[in-house]
Design a protein around this ligand. Structure first.
Ligand SMILES: [Zn+2]
Ligand SMILES: [Zn+2]
Length: 374
C-alpha cells in the first residue's frame, strides 16, 4: 500500500461512475450511488477489472446473469466479475481485512446456508439468484446476480476476498479468479497430479491457466491443443511440454504418440468443440478423468459405451469453488508461472466498449483485456 492509496481510501464519494446494461449489447456509462457494505462485507475501490467470455454472454444473451428473478436487461445492472482493488470501508464484524488492503475477488459468495455451500460448492449454490429482491437469502455473485466491477466501487462478501501481496501487480491480480477456475478443475479431478499426464484442449484463458496450474502442481507431460499458434506459444511459456495444432495434426494420435500409446490421466476440456468429449475419452487411459470447463452450444452425441467400458469419469465445473482461488494465488505469489503473459491489452473505464471490441474480435491477438479503473 502506498501513501496515495491510503489517502484515496479515506475519501469515499457519494456517487461513482458505473456501466449499466440496457438492452442486449447496450452498455451505458452512468452515475450510481456508492454502495454501503453490510455485515461481513467490505467496500472495494476497484483498481482493475478484466473482461471474460462470460461477460460477453451476459451482455448479448443475459444468462448466467439473473437479476430480480429474470434476465439482466434494463435493470440498472452493472456487469464485470474479474476485478481487484483496495478495501476502503469495512462492514460490521470484519477484522480479517483492513482499510488499504489489496484484494482480488471470487464471483460467487454463495448463500452459506444451503447444502452445496456447506460442502464448499458455493458456485453451485442452491439459492443462486435469490438475493436482494423478494428473497433475502444473502447469496451474492457480483457481475452475475448483483452489481459487478465495471464501476469505481463494489461491495463484496468477506468469503469472496483474496489478499493480493505486493509482488502481484493489479493487472496480474485480475487473473487470479481465472487461475482459481483452473485450480478448481484440477481439484475435482483429484487434485494431486505430480507425475501424471494432463491434456488441456483449447487455449483460451482458462485453458492456458490450466496448463500453468497443472504444470505448477507437477503434471507430466502437460499437452495443450488448439488452432492458433500464437496462443499455443503462450501455452509453451506457461509450462506446456507439448503443443498440438489441431489444424495440422490429429490431436488423439498426437497424444498417443507423445505418451507412447498410453494416453494421459486427465483432460481439462476448454474448447467447447462438439466432438471434444469423444476425443478426450480417446486421450485418457482407462480409469482416466475428464473435466469439462467449456461446452458446445447445442446437445452433441457422445460414445457412452466407451465411457462405461473404460471406467472414465466426467466432471462438470462451474466457476471457482472450494476456495481454489487462494491456492491459485499462492502459486502466483510463488512465481510458479507468469500469468502476465495472458494480459495483452489495457484500457480505461471510459473505454469499456472499445475494450470489449478488442476482446471479442481478438484484435491484435487479444487474450486478457484489462480495464484500469483507478
Ligand atoms: Zn470470468
Ligand atoms: Zn448456497
Amino acid at each position: 500500500m502506498t501513501a496515495s492509496t491510503q489517502a484515496k481510501s479515506l475519501s469515499i464519494p457519494k456517487t461513482m461512475k458505473a456501466w449499466v446494461l440496457d438492452d442486449p449489447e447496450q452498455l451505458r456509462l452512468t452515475e450510481k450511488p456508492v454502495p454501503e457494505p453490510g455485515p461481513a462485507e467490505v467496500l472495494i475501490r476497484i483498481d482493475a477489472v478484466a473482461i471474460c467470455g462470460t461477460d460477453v454472454e451476459i451482455i448479448t444473451k443475459g444468462l448466467p446473469a439473473w437479476i430480480r428473478g429474470g434476465l439482466p436487461f434494463n435493470k440498472n445492472f452493472t456487469p464485470g466479475h474479474e476485478y481487484m482493488g483496495t478495501v476502503v470501508k469495512l462492514g460490521a464484524g470484519i477484522d480479517e481485512y483492513a482499510i488499504g488492503d489489496r484484494v482480488a475477488v471470487e464471483i460467487h459468495a454463495g448463500c452459506g446456508r444451503c447444502e452445496r455451500c456447506r460442502m464448499g460448492m458455493y458456485t453451485s449454490c442452491l439459492n443462486y439468484g435469490q438475493n436482494y429482491g423478494d428473497h433475502q437469502k444473502g447469496h451474492r455473485a457480483n457481475g452475475f446476480t448483483t452489481d459487478g466491477g465495471f464501476a469505481q466501487y463494489a461491495v463484496n462478501h468477506l468469503n469472496t476476498l483474496i489478499h493480493v501481496p505486493d509482488q502481484i501487480s493489479d493487472e496480474e491480480a485480475t487473473l487470479i479468479v481465472t487461475a482459481g477456475t483452473a485450480m478448481y478443475g484440477l481439484d475435482v479431478l483429484g487434485g494431486l497430479i505430480a507425475g501424471e499426464g494432463l491434456v488441456v484442449t483449447g487455449p483460451g484463458p482458462i485453458g492456458l491457466m490450466s496448463v500453468a496450474v497443472g504444470k505448477a502442481l507437477g503434471a507430466e507431460p502437460v499437452i495443450l491443443t488448439g488452432t492458433r499458434d500464437a496462443r499455443l506459444n503462450i501455452g509453451l511459456k506457461l509450462g506446456a511440454d507439448h503443443v498440438i495444432n489441431v489444424g495440422t495434426e490429429n490431436p488423439v494420435e498426437a497424444v498417443k504418440r507423445i505418451t507412447g500409446g498410453k494416453g494421459v490421466h486427465y483432460v481439462i476440456e476448454c474448447s467447447g468443440a462438439p466432438n471434444a468429449l469423444n476425443e478426450a475419452m480417446a486421450m485418457v487411459n482407462r480409469g482416466g478423468r475428464i473435466c469439462l470447463a467449456a461446452f458446445p452450444g447445442k446437445p452433441v452425441p457422445v460414445d457412452l459405451a466407451k465411457l462405461v467400458r473404460n471406467n472414465i469419469y466426467v466432471y462438470g465445473i462451474r466457476g471457482e469453488g472450494n476456495s481454489a482461488t487462494h491456492r491459485a494465488a499462492a502459486l502466483m505469489t510463488q512465481k510458479k508461472f507468469d500469468a502476465k503473459l495472458m494480459h495483452t491489452h489495457t484500457f480505461t473505464l471510459e473505454e469499456v466498449p472499445t475494450a470489449f471490441k478488442y476482446f471479442r474480435g481478438r484484435i491484435e491477438d487479444a487474450i486478457k483485456v484489462v480495464i484500469r479503473v483507478s
